[in-house]
Design a protein around this ligand. Sequence first.
Ligand code: THU
Length: 140
Amino acid sequence: MTDSELIRQAEAARANAYSPYSGYTVGAALLCADGTVALGCNVENASYGATICAERVAVTRAVAEGKREFSAIAVVGGKRGEPAETFFSPCGICRQFLREFCGDDFRVLVACKGEIRAYTLRELLPSGFSADAMRGDSHD
Ligand code: THU
């Protein structure tokens, strides 16, 4: 699975976003250790706080299918019907949610105007809280 193929799958998932309130559509494609991909899109709600981000939809789908090891996620977002104008930046809750299952070297791919950028979870969530911390281990 190439980075550009994972981005393409995130773009396809973005088309299914349910975002009548923000008009902002997000797609995510999560690459599982077994080579399969779990897709997600943002799903909004009239009670705004009940909205779920695309990344968490992808992770919860994968976990529900028995998968807990992941190597990368591609995320793209922008105004509905328009190509991404900026590189997507996953929200803090999603970074924390990914940290539950993904290590420091897990890759987060974003794309804009044909360019792909890759970050590690370590870069996006330095010194993040996790089960390691609850055991008293440091991962810095
Ligand atoms: N959103 C995501 O899907 N992922 C993020 O990491 C940040 C925000 C969604 C939630 C909401 O439907 C819309 O983008 C605007 O906040």
